[in-house]
Design a protein around this ligand. Sequence first.
Ligand SMILES: [Zn+2]
Length: 243
Amino acid sequence: MGLKLMCVIAHPDDECFGFGGALALAADRGIETYVICLTDGQAGSYRAGAASGEELGKMRREEFAASCKTLGITRHEVLDYQDGKLVTVDFSKAAGRLVERIRQFQPDVVITFGGDGGLNTHPDHMLVSMLTTAAFHWSGQSKRYPELGAVYSPQRLFYLTTNFFIPGRQEPKPAPWTVTLDIRSVQARKAEAFRQHASQVPLVEQTKELFEKFGVEEFYTLIAAAGTQPARQETDLFAGLEG
Ligand SMILES: [Zn+2]
């Protein structure tokens, strides 16, 4: 059995501007990848002339699929939560939907946003972090959701973090990183995936310079792993793991 990576995000385009490097690097190594996006981005600030949230959501689902294809992602899925409203979801139910998917897919490594909400401190990103963290742990516990399949415990959970901020925006308090990923070999593909999000072109343009300057690396923090240990600096999310 080969290694598997699961990535949980809030909006179409999180998969590329946030996690694109890690996902494309994994794909290049033959690691199976599964991206779960909780909303279809109906409440996006950039509307691309869409007449309704529903229309924008439909557009963004297609852009998400095209971006995942560019990154070489094996499996992708958009759930039906409302963009901008993840703080209102039934926590236990939403975490259960992730538990079910972790038990089915059986990833070795799970990646998601940190509790800071990422570079733009989006509350949806914070909620994705919390739901994924709960699901990561509950998936391996037999008392939790016994009706949702056999328990399965992924080996590692990482949060996305950053070494820069977006000028003029509320600064997050990001976690110190434990993994520095050199993503130069996939940097062009990450940028190309971002361009698949045609409805979000103003955002792509706005952040272009920042990503050109800081985009050679992605940073992650190890949040949970088997055993007890001090934090170590690594250059690979899968260091020491065998498929
Ligand atoms: Zn987002």
